[in-house]
Ligand binder design. Structure first.
Ligand code: FMN
Length: 216
């Protein structure tokens, strides 16, 4: 099959993207509005950017009417009307359904903490709260927002943030900073409404990289 994205509808392009870019890690992103109201929403267009400085990104697409999702309104830099801060809470099995509940489109300023029953805890370095139930939380200051189609329906936005503080639940990482995947129990998103688990040893395997990889 050969496909030219220009011949596909926006919905078809989305279906294709989420079907082939798998599995995707999930950031449950907490933010607050400039007047202090908390917000929580999951994003699977999420990844690391680099380690110097320690940076991550996530991509809140525009709403169907072209407006910005609440998370982007809150996380964008102060110079653009936001707070310039967000927290990435790693989505895990322990609270998977409450994480998904946070995708409910609530009015601006209405809290998904209240809807989902997840518990806000004060962060160490930023104003948005972290999520108690999450095994790891990355407190971030927004460096930049890149907009691929501002004001347009489903236009993409990349929020890049510097991690200024890391909270890890006791036992998830050892003193050498190796994370135990069984304790992290991260979940990932597949196409449609599919998800994957990563805690079970049977699902994971190891191999070296480069030429060494061919020796197996
Ligand atoms: C697991 C999961 C992953 C999601 N990933 C994204 C994403 O990467 N980008 C996006 O724009 N919306 C994504 N969504 C949908 C948003 O979470 C949803 O639109 C949410 O209501 C946005 O909330 P906000 O307006 O409070 O920011 C995802 C939903 C789920 C359940």
């Amino acid at each position: 099959m050969e496909l030219d994205p220009r011949t596909l509808s926006v919905a078809e392009r989305y279906k294709l993207l989420i079907g082939v870019i798998v599995p995707r890690p999930i950031a449950l992103v907490s933010t607050i509005s400039p007047d202090g109201r908390p917000n929580l929403a999951p994003f699977s267009f999420f990844n690391g950017v680099g380690s110097n400085p320690m940076t991550v990104l996530f991509c809140p697409a525009n709403n169907a009417d072209g407006s910005e999702k609440d998370t982007l309104r809150n996380a964008k830099p102060v110079s653009e009307g936001g707070t310039g801060e967000f927290v990435v809470n790693v989505a895990s099995e322990a609270y998977e359904r409450r994480m998904a509940a946070c995708a409910e489109p609530l009015g601006y300023g209405e809290s998904e903490f209240a809807l989902s029953g997840l518990s806000p805890l004060p962060s160490a370095r930023v104003r948005p709260p972290r999520v108690l139930e999450s095994p790891v939380s990355l407190e971030c200051r927004t460096l930049q927002v890149i907009r691929t189609n501002p004001g347009q329906p489903s236009g993409g936005n990349i929020v890049i943030g510097e991690v200024v503080h890391v909270h890890a639940e006791e036992g998830v990482m050892n003193e050498r900073l190796h994370t135990d995947p069984a304790k992290l129990a991260a979940i990932g998103r597949m196409g449609g409404s599919g998800y994957v688990r990563t805690a079970g040893a049977a699902q994971r395997f190891e191999m070296p990289m480069g030429r060494e990889a061919l020796k197996g």
